[in-house]
Write a protein that binds this ligand. Structure first.
Ligand code: MG
Length: 263
């Protein structure tokens, strides 16, 4: 636990870690307030690339957790940073929502409307506004050898009433089947998600901890990036799951409330 005290940046999962659906987890508010009062930075990280940071800010505000634009990091933002690391003045073709497109343009990425000209990457997100025409253009570009990127490897997105909806990886499967090309995924558990968030905040691997309730996404992301990983048992994973998934967190807490006294 004493390793927590040395950390300056906390990468936080949301659902199952600071809230459960619409209810704050006990001690989560105090945890965030202590991060602020001790001068730490924190970033809420989400693999969902269909919504903009604003949508998460609204939710956090409603639930009573302090956050501003600098505290939200989506896999779409991670993709933007990753793409800029690969290529100066990049031009991409996007299979994604209007809000993701806006976010990418704000980050300085040119987003082609029709796939014409020199395209550096095809980027697929969790496109809740998917149209066949986009798949057609993406398919042609991939067949012509344009590199294939995707924001997040989630197959399904959990929805209300125990429903599951096709997420980014399911959209990618269509293109994979059609073209034989496989995407490079950027969101959790890929190390790129943590590394781009660290770069965004100007911090370092050594000064960063990741906190989450899912072993195979949050904790695996921390392990892959080499940052201190803290599993909270307030959400999905149980201690028994550690053996099942073969992902060993550095620390285990019953909830974020256990972290607060160590800050
Ligand atoms: Mg979670």
């Amino acid at each position: 636990m004493n390793r927590i005290g040395q950390k300056e940046l906390f990468l936080l999962d949301m659902d199952g870690t600071v809230y459960l659906e619409n209810e704050l987890i006990d001690g989560a508010k105090e945890f965030i307030e202590t991060l602020i009062s001790t001068g730490r930075e924190y970033v809420f990280m989400t693999n969902n690339s269909s919504k903009s940071a604003d949508a998460y800010l609204e939710k956090l505000k409603k639930i009573g957790l302090p956050a501003n634009e600098g505290n939200i990091f989506t896999s779409g933002m991670a993709a933007a940073i990753y793409i800029k690391q690969q290529k100066a003045s990049p031009k991409i073709y996007l299979v994604g929502t209007r809000s993701l497109k806006k976010e990418l343009i704000e980050q300085g990425i040119e987003v082609s409307e029709d796939g014409s000209g020199d395209i550096d990457f095809v980027l697929v997100g969790y496109d809740t506004e998917l149209e066949y025409k986009k798949l057609e253009i993406a398919c042609d570009l991939l067949c012509n050898g344009v590199p294939f990127l995707a924001t997040n490897p989630d197959v399904v997105c959990p929805a209300r009433n125990k429903r599951y909806l096709p997420d980014c990886a399911t959209i990618c499967y269509m293109l994979e089947k059609a073209t034989g090309k496989t995407p490079f995924y950027i969101g959790k558990p890929r190390k790129e998600m943590a590394m781009t968030a660290i770069e965004w905040k100007g911090s370092s691997v050594e000064k960063t901890a990741i906190v989450g309730d899912r072993l195979y996404t949050d904790i695996a992301c921390g392990k892959n990036a080499g940052v201190l990983s803290i599993l909270v048992l307030s959400g999905e994973s149980t201690v028994d799951d550690i053996e099942k998934y073969g992902v060993e967190p550095d620390l285990i807490c019953s909830s974020v409330a256990d972290i607060t006294p160590n800050l």
